[in-house]
Design a protein around this ligand. Structure first.
Ligand code: IPD
Ligand code: CA
Ligand code: CA
Ligand code: CA
Length: 264
């Protein structure tokens, strides 16, 4: 690929810096401070440190832009047209259990549209990135979604509602429908990486409900720039606000939606 744009340099720079902080904490998880936000909803000192690094970096580089971040919530900026959407550690549960499958996710929203995203897994140094109109990349390799058309050949990723969350019964029905038709199902525990892996062709598709904007904003542009498609599971307008997301190539998306509809 050619030279990174200054926007990409800023986003990747922040993600790498946060990634270094996460790697340090990952090396010492036995000492990690953990608290609970709700049932099966943990936050650690590593989530907070990573968020701090990203907030500081991006505020310095683009003063005035607003933020939506998982841990500190909405931070209004003076520039009303730009907002960073940030998950400082996507896959906290993996992280806490010493599993090297977690990521920093940063998206830029411009006038309500996601125009750029980076999803960085510092444990394996994989930087997924895309800017609208210029393709999706893993480090310096161009990405393309998988070409498989049939569910019978497909590996599909999903996310399970945790203990205490609504939607278990519906999820089990959906799982039953999809599982009965696919070669394999995976639940790896980081929605931003699930989407990035769809972009990379490692998964043929992905669905999950009740995600937050910070879980999916960056992955969304990465999937689209890799030639993939995203839809709101129930046909709603705005997947970022409902968080009910399904992704894949055009054929796979249609087949997945068919199965999810049949679960109703
Ligand atoms: C979680 C992960 C997980 C998804 C959960 C999210 P977090 O994010 O993306 O894959 O199933 O719904 O909350 O809390 O680890 O940032
Ligand atoms: Ca969380
Ligand atoms: Ca998340
Ligand atoms: Ca998180």
């Amino acid at each position: 690929m050619g030279q990174l744009t200054s926007l990409m340099q800023i986003m990747q720079g922040a993600a790498r810096k946060a990634g270094r902080a996460l790697n340090r904490d990952f090396g010492e998880i036995e000492h990690l401070q953990v608290s609970r936000k709700g049932p099966a909803d943990f936050v650690t000192a590593a989530d907070r440190r990573s968020e701090e690094v990203i907030f500081k970096e991006l505020s310095e580089k683009r003063p005035g832009y607003g933020f939506l971040m998982e841990e500190r919530g909405e931070v209004a900026g003076t520039d009303k047209t730009h907002r960073w959407i940030v998950d400082p550690l996507d896959g906290t549960l993996n992280f806490m259990h010493g599993q090297p499958h977690f990521a920093v996710s940063i998206a830029l929203e411009r006038m309500g549209e996601i125009v750029a995203g980076v999803v960085y897994n510092p444990a394996v140094d994989e930087m997924f990135h895309a800017e609208k109109g210029t393709g999706a990349w893993l480090n310096d390799r161009r990405l393309r979604v998988a070409a498989r058309k049939e569910l019978a050949d497909a590996v599909i990723a999903t996310g399970t509602p945790f203990y205490g969350k609504k939607g278990h019964a519906r999820f089990l029905k959906e799982l039953h429908q999809v599982m009965g038709a696919t070669a394999g199902i995976r639940r790896y525990g980081s929605a931003s990486l699930d989407l990035s892996w769809v972009a990379a062709g490692r998964f043929d598709g992905f669905w999950e409900r009740d995600l937050k904007a910070w879980d999916i904003a960056a992955g969304l542009v990465i999937v689209r720039e890799a030639g993939g498609f995203i839809a709101e599971i129930d046909g709603g307008e705005d997947v970022l606000s409902t968080g009910n997301i399904v992704a894949g190539n055009e054929d796979m998306l249609a087949r997945l939606i068919e199965k999810l509809d049949a679960a109703r």
